[in-house]
Structures are given as structure tokens and as C-alpha cells.
Design a protein around this ligand. Structure first.
Ligand SMILES: Nc1nc2c(ncn2[C@@H]2O[C@H](COP(=O)(O)OP(=O)(O)O[C@H]3O[C@H](CO)[C@@H](O)[C@H](O)[C@@H]3O)[C@@H](O)[C@H]2O)c(=O)[nH]1
Length: 270
């Protein structure tokens, strides 16, 4: 693990502040060089943290080699595969401890295009005058799209987002996507210590927490391009986790709403 340098810090106030892009990896040896290179060219001031879960294909070692040539690239070596959510939580902690102002989630496989990161950072706004607290790269708002996705993935994603709106009342088109930009204060304000979701449900969990805490969440259209190399880690277990957890949260949420309504009615009657 290497320490961040201060050389890439943008001028105070004008830009978004110190940006750390966290890239979780598990068996991404075919993608890691390309994605880090694209990212460094697209947003040269941003630093990168590769959070690798001891990938058997040597992704972590490849990331070390990149980091040895580029002081803006850091590597967090984790013991084993614990899911995307756990890798991001470790990455957030790493970045918050080191004082980054903006923390970004981005896949390693090229499905999130680094060339679109500047417009997500623009939507967050400058460090001293944020326009939003959390920016979501959205496939399902007007202008957003997916390229080369099988119909089954589109149905799963659209269905998952519909379920999120119905069960949790989340007023967003794409609460499950994983290309996002967090202001530091948002991550500090949503209680990361008790996040239990490990798989992709983690994405819904964080958005929902941000909305409940009153943070401004905005969606910006992106083009999501299905990976060319390597495999998705999406599994039945991940889908079941998402369904069970969102259902449990939804039931609790609706019960709280009903209790609130009853309390208000009782107050009106007395
Ligand atoms: N460290 C670590 N990284 C992981 C793990 N599982 C997946 N990743 C990494 O997380 C990124 C996304 O994983 P994929 O398996 O390629 O994701 P996907 O199926 O295309 O899902 C994407 O879309 C979902 C919504 O449709 C998103 O919810 C998800 O975050 C991701 O962006 C990749 O960089 C992958 O290596 C893990 O257990 N540990």
C-alpha cells in the first residue's frame, strides 16, 4: 500500500478537490492496465485506488506494477473475495482516512467509461460550492444507455430499479448502478459502519441511506458498455441477497411510515 502524494492536488476551491477513484478488482488482469491508463488520461488530477481481493489471476500484482511507475496509483490488497460492497467499504475507509474530498466508484472492466467521469465531477460541483452530494451515473435517465447488454441483464436491472422504487420509494431511475461520485461529507454522514450488504445490493443501500439522511442525489446519463474481457461476478446469490434485503428494508420502511401516520392522526384527535 503506498501513500498518496500531494502533487496532484488541484488548486483549492476551483475544482472538485482531491479525487480518489476506487476500482474494486477480482480477476481483472485483462482490464486493469487499460482502465487505469484511460482514467489517468481522462482525469489526470485524480488518484486511483485498486482494491483487489487477492485475485488468483494476478490482478493485484499487475496493479502493484502500475503503482510502482505512477505515484498517483495505489493498491489495497485484501485477503480474499468478500464481494464488491466489502471492497468499496475498505476503499472508502482508506480514502477518508487520507483526507480525499471526493470518492468515486468505478468498475475495472470498461463498462464505466473514465472519459465520462469529468461530467459526473461537474455535476458534483466545486469543493467550496457543491451542487450535489452524490452523483449517480445513470443508464436509465434520458440520454443514458447500455451497449451490448443481453436482454436478461437489462430486464434484471430495470426490474431491480422498479422494485427499489416500489419497495423503498427511491425516486431514482438507476439506484443499482455502480459509477458514482460521493462528496466526502456524504460518506461520513450515512453511517458506513453498519452497512451489511456485500453484493450489488450495496449500491441501493448507499443511495437509500443518502436520501434518508437528506443528501442531494442527482442522476447524470452515462453510456454503460458491457465488458469485452473477463467475466461478470453477478451470481444467483447476489440477486437473492438484493431481493431479500430490499424486501426487508421495504417492509420496515412502510411499517415506519404507517406508525408515523398513526401517531399524527392520534395527535390530531387529542
Ligand atoms: N475486490 C472485489 N472486486 C469485485 C468483487 N466482485 C466484483 N468485483 C469488481 O467489481 C466490478 C464490477 O463487477 P462485475 O462483476 O463486472 O459487475 P457487473 O455484473 O457488470 O455489475 C455492474 O453493474 C451492476 C448493476 O447492473 C452494479 O450494481 C455493479 O456495481 C456493477 O457496476 C469489477 O471491477 C469487478 O472486478 C469482489 O468480490 N471483490
Amino acid at each position: 500500500m503506498t501513500e498518496p502524494t500531494s502533487t496532484s492536488t488541484p488548486s483549492a476551491g476551483a475544482g472538485p478537490g482531491r479525487v480518489l477513484v476506487i476500482i474494486p478488482t477480482y480477476n481483472e488482469s485483462e482490464n486493469i492496465d487499460t482502465i487505469v491508463g484511460r482514467l489517468r488520461r481522462s482525469v489526470p488530477s485524480a488518484e486511483v485506488l485498486v482494491a483487489d481481493d487477492n485475485s488468483p489471476d494476478g490482478t493485484g500484482l499487475m496493479a502493484d506494477a502500475i503503482a510502482s511507475r505512477d505515484p498517483s496509483v495505489h493498491v489495497l490488497h485484501r485477503l480474499g473475495k468478500e464481494g464488491l460492497g466489502a471492497a468499496y467499504l475498505a476503499g472508502f475507509q482508506w480514502g477518508l482516512e487520507r483526507g480525499y474530498d471526493v470518492l468515486v466508484e468505478m468498475d475495472a472492466d470498461g463498462s464505466h467509461q473514465p472519459e465520462q467521469l469529468p461530467k459526473l465531477l461537474d455535476a458534483l460541483g466545486p469543493k467550496n460550492a457543491r451542487k450535489a452530494d452524490l452523483v449517480l451515473g445513470s443508464r436509465w435517465v434520458r440520454g443514458g444507455r447500455v451497449v451490448n447488454w443481453p436482454k436478461s441483464r437489462e430486464v434484471l436491472s430495470r426490474g431491480g430499479n422498479l422494485w427499489t422504487r416500489v419497495a423503498l420509494g427511491v425516486p431514482l431511475k438507476d439506484a443499482t448502478g455502480g459509477f458514482r461520485v460521493f462528496d466526502r461529507a456524504t460518506l461520513l454522514g450515512i453511517g458506513l459502519d453498519d452497512v451489511a450488504s456485500a453484493g450489488y445490493c450495496f449500491q441501493v443501500d448507499l443511495v437509500w441511506r443518502a436520501l434518508k439522511a437528506g443528501f442531494r442525489v442527482v442522476e447524470v446519463p452515462i453510456t454503460f458498455v458491457e465488458r469485452q474481457y473477463g467475466d461478470s461476478k453477478m451470481s444467483q446469490r447476489i440477486v437473492v441477497e438484493a431481493l431479500l434485503l430490499t424486501t426487508a428494508w421495504g417492509v420496515r420502511h412502510r411499517a415506519e411510515q404507517v406508525r408515523g401516520l398513526v401517531r399524527r392522526r392520534q395527535g390530531e384527535l387529542t
